[in-house]
Ligand binder design. Structure first.
Ligand SMILES: [Zn+2]
Length: 295
């Protein structure tokens, strides 16, 4: 860990330091992104100071999932997912499937994913995406671990595929939900969990979400930064470098609570309880812990 004097350098100005009244779980943190390579200990210290005590690191391909597992072994309160993002679905092959199966056996890996469908950009063809996603649905059944799903502009096909697998898979969360009412109601009928990011803090494109946020069952809602992406637009000050980080999660909780018309502390408490149950983490993960920190 960095010395306290290094922790709050000039990265996060005083006005952006906001401590959640209740411990939070950031279910989507891309901390293996190169932008965190230089100052990870300070990023983790700022998260803890903001009472964001548990971080689920998103593993979007083999390399990043392995890095996430290594980070989770080194730092208390960190866990990993392991999957192949739909953008990279064209790279799916039997060797990659074996590597993923091995990763899912690691105790630090708490979900299968990020996997899913993204018909917005189609960096891999829809057929390649469906093949890789189908295979990872199978891996989720094998491992018994929950799914961490990415879906963009593919709500209908996602619902069809999940419908066919619903009885066999454990829980699943659609992370960074940004879709329309029909898709949300379909996911609700399938008993899925929903992850919300700072997307609804964006007055340009988050409008429809503000009206929908109350339709998400409270016991199926979780919160995430998706950092370093999606810096919330409701922050009261500019952030140098515009890199999003877990310490800013309380600002997202504040915005969601506002649009749901509920207390921030209550939203923090319930989303944390939901996340701990979903990823099957012990409740004491939200307390400062040292027992599994490497010396
Ligand atoms: Zn995603």
């Amino acid at each position: 860990m960095a010395a306290p004097t290094d922790t709050f350098d000039d990265v996060l100005p005083e006005v952006l330091r906001f401590t959640s009244p209740t411990p939070l779980v950031d279910i989507g943190a891309n901390l293996t992104h190169e932008s965190f390579a230089r100052d990870l200990p300070a990023v983790l210290a700022r998260a803890r100071a903001a009472n964001v005590t548990t971080l689920i690191l998103t593993g979007t391909d083999r390399e990043h999932a392995e890095q996430a597992v290594t980070m989770a072994r080194r730092h208390p309160g960190l866990f990993a997912t392991a999957g192949v993002h739909p953008h990279d679905a064209s790279r799916w092959n039997p060797a990659l499937e074996r590597a993923m199966r091995d990763l899912h056996r690691q105790p630090e890996v708490v979900a299968v994913g990020e996997c899913g469908l993204d018909f917005n950009r189609n960096f891999s063809t829809p057929a390649e995406q469906e093949r890789a996603f189908e295979a990872q649905l199978g891996l989720a059944v094998e491992s018994g671990k929950p799914l961490f799903i990415h879906e963009r502009d593919a709500g209908r096909r996602m619902r069809e595929m999940l419908h066919a697998w619903r009885d066999d898979i454990a829980d699943a969360v659609v992370h960074c939900f940004t879709a329309e009412r029909e898709t949300l109601f379909g996911y609700r009928d399938l008993g899925l969990h929903i992850g919300l990011t700072g997307w609804l803090c964006d007055e340009r494109r988050g409008h429809h979400l503000r009206e929908l946020v109350g339709e998400i069952p409270l016991d199926r809602l979780m919160v995430e930064t998706d950092c370093p992406y999606l810096l919330p637009r409701n922050l009261p000050a500019k952030l140098k470098g515009r890199r999003h980080e877990p310490a800013l999660l309380p600002w997202i909780v504040r915005e969601i609570a506002h649009w749901r018309g509920m207390e921030e502390a209550e939203l923090a408490r319930t989303t944390t309880a939901t996340a701990l149950a979903f990823f099957r983490l012990p409740a004491d993960e939200t307390r400062p812990a040292t027992q599994h920190e490497e010396s």
